[in-house]
Write a protein that binds this ligand. Sequence first.
Ligand code: FAD
Length: 318
Amino acid sequence: MKVTEHIKKANGKTLFSFELIPPKKGNNIQDLYNNIDPLMEFNPPFIDVTTSREEHVYIDKGDGLLDRKITRMRPGTVGICAAIKHKYDVDTVPHVLCGGFTKEETEYLLVDCHYLGIENVMALRGDAMSHQRYFEASKGGHQYATQLVDQIQNLNKGKYLHDVIEANHKANFCIGVAGYPEKHLESPSLQTDLKRLKEKVDAGADYVVTQMFFDNQKYFEFVKAAREIGITVPIIPGIKPLAVKKHLQLLPQVFKIDLPEPLITEVEKCKTNTDIRQVGVDWAIEQSKELMDANVPVLHYYSMGKSTNIKAIAEAVF
Ligand code: FAD
């Protein structure tokens, strides 16, 4: 079932969902199941699985020279989505990236999703690779998520890239896109970024999931501004519980988001990592309760492969 249908069916009740990161290659999918199991009692109607960009690795050739190769550390998003969907009878949402994929590769990936009964996808641009200053599209790939939304919508109309096949049935993907309450880090202003978001929605995106934020006011203002420019689709808040002291520097640096002063003060008072995790959980519970009171359609948690803190939050909120 589509994410938007789940929201409609919930009839105003806030739903619980979360995002998983595929395990590093070579690891067993059982680790992932062990993290999903404790969260299933909260009835997530859908679970997202991220896609990691390719990375450069340097292989020692033995003659003092290094060979640069491209590899993916966490492949398998679509396979994991299919496994979870069938094991737990839950909808899954693979994240589909522009970066690192040609349009043809994207088409094959979407065809696989269609065969597997996966009805939802998150259409994302992806970040720049670690050695790049700016995002660069792959040769034959998309530059912006809007173009990816276009491609997915074309498949929904039965239009394949090279039009050599007469498709006798159409895909029917529900498309999620990313939104940034504190603006995307490359965008010159929040207003410009919102216009870009509107372009994604006008191209056919059905819902928005936000970047993490720690101050609900930022989300409320973002939704208000989005509605004012005519974005009417559901805007799902993304919540990440802060878990380690390093997050105080890392999250603002990587995502260009602000952390509220009271949260920083509480973290700085902590003596142990356990204390910090508890502060992160408590903060996320308060955020979640306020968002739920504001009738958000879904509370979507960034689990980062660990379910214990998400379970503690869900127990207090759902
Ligand atoms: P876009 O919507 O393409 O926007 C990128 C930038 O370009 C923005 O600054 C935008 O304002 C600007 N822009 C858009 N269109 C135009 C235009 N026509 N002209 C000029 N500028 C334009 N990353 C991963 O690698 N894997 C994941 O699984 C993943 N999941 C995510 C899930 C969520 C909910 C979120 C919020 C982010 C996720 N990301 C993921 C990170 C995401 O890939 C990055 O934030 C990326 O830098 C931007 O992606 P986007 O889809 O928002 O890009």
